[in-house]
Design a protein around this ligand. Structure first.
Ligand code: ADP
Length: 579
């Protein structure tokens, strides 16, 4: 973390502490005026003042920080922090430095007009962070050795107070930045960043920006493959991680995770945890400041995250270490989610691929079967025209039935493969579902009559238009109506009713047939599914009809529902968007 932004420093409790300090200086050392000014950005701002009220407003106006240099140049050191300026006019200070009229005194060591005494407050590097100035001794005389030593002690205290407050300010800022980094890393779990790669890129950007890092390295273990390891510089360039370090990561990360302990280099000297070569590589010969934390969730360690800073940057503060550790937890959770999502997506792609392959194989096989089937049917027909004896006629009829059944299976397979093929587009045209239904009913009427099943059709006078493929819609309604007739015994009834409902056209096929058990209803729309009901199994079928229904309905953005009770009958309801 770089310089704290001192310009934002406005904490009122901090000001109160400094005010108390200048008041003590004035009262205990015997000055009427005491002021404490601190360097905030490029200004010298008086944060605490005690003295004549008429000067307060003036005192509280900030000066440019450049005013300090000429003052220091002219000052004589009096001890460690104290600086004294002889009573000579200092033009550069005009307009910036008030000369208080001294308390009159005839003493030899009288405090003269233009005399200045102040303490220079600086940080460890010697950079001036503020000035504690005093003026107008109440006695009218220069301070003696006792007062000066007291003033030196107050100056030391003031210096500590200012530095502590700056540090606190910097810490507050660090916490805020760490918070924002955490927040942003949490946001990495949003659905748009669902691949591991996305998460790692997002994380790198946030980490280096929030922690002012030279670079970041995130190493993620993969359950079924080599780990993913991405190291980048601040500007995003990829960095190679030494193979020694990579090899040691699988040992180091779980150990850090188990102990919930960070690795802070170069300070960390736990010898048994880090081989010298790994340590040397991590520090990159220039003594970088390295912070490593394990990533994980619960008992599982999923990787390692390492941040580095240049040697001349500040070390990792305890707040930063804690924040980065917390991020290790957050990121661990995000990575687990991303990993799960990636696995799921790969699975979906794989399933899709298998589904496509299955459709292709089915389509190909059906085509291959169709040609020899046509040849067999044709030859059977020719054979039927010849004089066959009774036995041969029986064989001929059996072959005819078998061939017809095979033709049915092949046709059903071809249709299912065609409607399931994603590259076979749906050509939509307005289709009146009433016409489709009438056509279908005309084809099953004779079968129903033969079986003794009554057929009722309720369509209403108005067109029931839907937008879709006429052939597919015909198979859709056809499959439902022929099933109803097929699975209803003599004396039963089938009712087909269609109507508009809001923005949809709804067609219901109700029968009083065998019905379907609840358990069988669950698998009904899967290809090759046939119910466990022995009565239903007596009817010839392929188990492809309802799978085709479901696929066609889906292609038409519709829905198919079933309501059925075993032994009582079934209602299949089609809902299609009105065209
Ligand atoms: P199938 O060619 O066997 O009829 P479907 O996919 O059309 O294939 O139907 C799957 C199974 O669902 C059928 O085997 C049958 O047991 C059951 N089924 C479908 N429609 C009805 C219905 N109207 N009444 C009772 N059972 C039905």
């Amino acid at each position: 973390m770089g310089e704290p932004d001192r310009t934002t420093w406005s904490d009122s409790s901090a000001r109160a502490v400094l005010q108390l300090m200048v008041e003590s200086v004035a009262e205990l050392i015997g000055f009427e005026v005491a002021a404490l000014s601190v360097v905030l950005g490029d200004e010298l701002v008086t944060l605490a003042y005690t003295g004549p009220e008429e000067h307060r407003e003036y005192m509280e106006q900030p000066d440019p920080v450049s005013v300090i240099e000429p003052v220091l140049a002219r000052a004589t050191p009096w001890g460690r922090r104290l600086r004294y300026i002889e009573p000579t006019p200092v033009e550069e200070l005009e307009g910036h430095w008030i000369h208080f009229d001294p308390v009159p005194s005839d003493a030899e060591d009288a405090w003269g007009q233009g005399e200045e005494l102040f303490a220079e407050l600086s940080d460890d590097d010697g950079t001036v962070v503020g000035i504690l100035s005093v003026d107008r001794p109440a006695s009218g005389r220069r301070p003696g050795a006792r007062e000066l030593s007291l003033l030196e002690r107050y100056a030391a205290q003031a210096e500590r107070a200012v530095l502590t407050l700056f540090e606190r300010e910097a810490l507050l800022e660090q916490v805020a930045q760490a918070e924002s980094a955490r927040h942003l890393i949490r946001s990495a779990s949003r659905p748009t960043l669902d691949s591991l790669d996305d998460v790692l890129r997002h994380t790198h950007d946030q980490l280096v920006a929030s922690f002012d890092a030279r670079g970041s390295w995130v190493h993620v273990f993969q359950p079924d493959g080599p780990p993913i390891s991405v190291a980048r510089t601040r500007t995003g360039q990829r960095v190679e991680i030494d193979p020694d370090v990579l090899a040691f990561t699988s040992e180091l990360a779980p150990r850090l995770w188990d102990r919930q302990r960070p690795l802070v280099l170069p300070d960390d000297t736990e010898p048994e945890s880090l081989p010298a070569t790994v340590r040397a590589h991590l520090l990159r010969r220039d003594d970088s400041r390295v912070l490593g934390v394990a990533l994980g969730v619960g008992d599982e360690c999923v990787g390692l995250m390492v941040l580095s800073r240049d040697p001349d940057q500040p070390g990792w503060s305890s707040v930063e270490v804690a924040s980065v550790q917390q991020i290790g937890h957050d990121l661990g959770a995000v990575l687990m989610t991303a990993r799960a999502l990636e696995r799921e997506r790969n699975l979906v792609v794989e399933l899709q691929r298998m589904d496509d392959y299955r459709s292709q194989v089915i389509a190909m096989l059906s085509h291959e079967l169709r040609t020899p089937l046509t040849v067999i049917s044709g030859n059977l027909e020719l054979l039927g025209d010849t004089d066959l004896d009774e036995e041969a006629t029986r064989y001929h009829q059996a072959m005819g039935r078998g061939t017809e059944r095979m033709r049915q299976v092949v046709d059903d397979l071809l249709l299912l493969a065609r409607v399931s093929n994603p590259s076979h587009p749906l050509v939509r045209l307005p289709v009146d579902l009433r016409a489709v239904t009438r056509e279908v009913v005309s084809l099953v009427e004779s079968t129903a009559r033969t079986k003794g099943v009554s057929l009722t059709v309720r369509l209403g006078p108005d067109p029931l238009t839907v937008c879709g493929d006429a052939v597919e819609l015909d198979r859709l309604v056809g499959n439902l109506v022929s099933n109803a007739v097929k699975y209803t015994g003599a004396g039963g009834s089938v009712v087909i009713a269609a109507q508009h409902q809001d923005d949809d056209v709804v067609l219901a096929v109700t029968d009083t047939g065998l019905g379907i058990s609840e358990e069988d209803q669950r698998g009904l729309f899967q290809a090759f599914f046939r119910t466990t009901n022995p009565q239903a199994l007596r009817e010839p079928g392929t188990g492809l009809g309802l799978a085709t229904v479901a696929t066609i309905v889906e292609r038409h953005q519709g829905r198919v529902d079933v309501a059925s009770r075993l032994g009582e009958g079934s209602t299949f309801t089609l809902t299609l968007p009105a065209g």
